[in-house]
Design a protein around this ligand. Sequence first.
Ligand code: PMP
Length: 360
Amino acid sequence: MRAYNFSAGPAMLPLAVLEQARSELTDWGGSGMSVMEVSHRGKAFVACAAQAEALLREVLGVPDDYKVLFLQGGASAQFDAIPLNLTQPGEIVDFLNTGQWSTKAIAASKRQGLQVEVIADEKASNYTTVPAPGSYQVNPAAAYLHYTPNETIGGVEFDHIPASGEVPLVADFSSTILSRPIDVSGYGLIYAGAQKNMGPSGLCVVIVREDLLGHARSATPAVLEYAGMAASDSMLNTPPTFSIYLLGLILAWVKSNGGLTAMAERNRAKADALYTAIDDSPFYRNPVAPNARSWMNVPFLVADPALEKPFVAEAAAAGLTNLAGHRSVGGMRASIYNAMPIEGVNALIDFMADFERRNG
Ligand code: PMP
């Protein structure tokens, strides 16, 4: 039996993709080997990685003047790699702070010797809001403006693309990439750990406008230096081959299921159903401002925290797994990425109503 897995990441993957991977696991493309056992420099794997990149470009609409990089170290490595690649020490960088992942990115930029200006900080709302367009001023001298389109822990998602003028926009799309169409041309750099909507962990995708390459600090580790990685098709060293293979399968699944427009429709319907169930109940509560509610990560609370453990345990027993909130905030959180079917969300809503009847 497959669980409805509400983990924030590594997260649920499409069953069809897992079944294809299983069918190919011991004999990939008639090679008599799995994709994990072949050289990354062999013809077959080079073609597999090229296909994954081509599909990503097609599905996401990546313009030709952007490089797509397959890197390691997760999104966390990029918190340092972005300053190392795009700035020199002492330069100004602007940030919008909407929660824990923005805060981590800010800390890394300070560590890398940058003059960090947090031009909007949602602390006053306890990070349940996003800054309104026009409520902050981007410094034209900044090397870039960084923001987090979706805060995975807080369940806070931007309902607009921040305007940054001529200043390149840098975005941590880890928990919302592929959930809906985006205009890549509006960004200088997009990065995302794969383990939510793009496959297994071990892979971080970076999409970067070409004119931003080639200015890295001399001490940048070679495996994180964008120009060198781009020149070697992300194969300066051994890449995470299985993760790249699975990314290709997932992108083919997204494409065959109608692409990002269809994903957005499904995701909006799932999120609407869950938020409506929460809002209609006196027992459950979501603290996020309605315009900033994430389609991907839905945190919710009950009035009595003593009911959280039984909720999570009883839900798991009913096949609804990983519903505990992040360890730093408690409560519950349902992550409903692309692979979560509407049936899983409906099963959660039914369970929530039943739990409320028994405990409300
Ligand atoms: N940014 C966001 C928005 C995230 O959700 C996460 C992981 N949950 C990270 C960064 C860190 O990613 P990684 O664990 O791949 O370093």
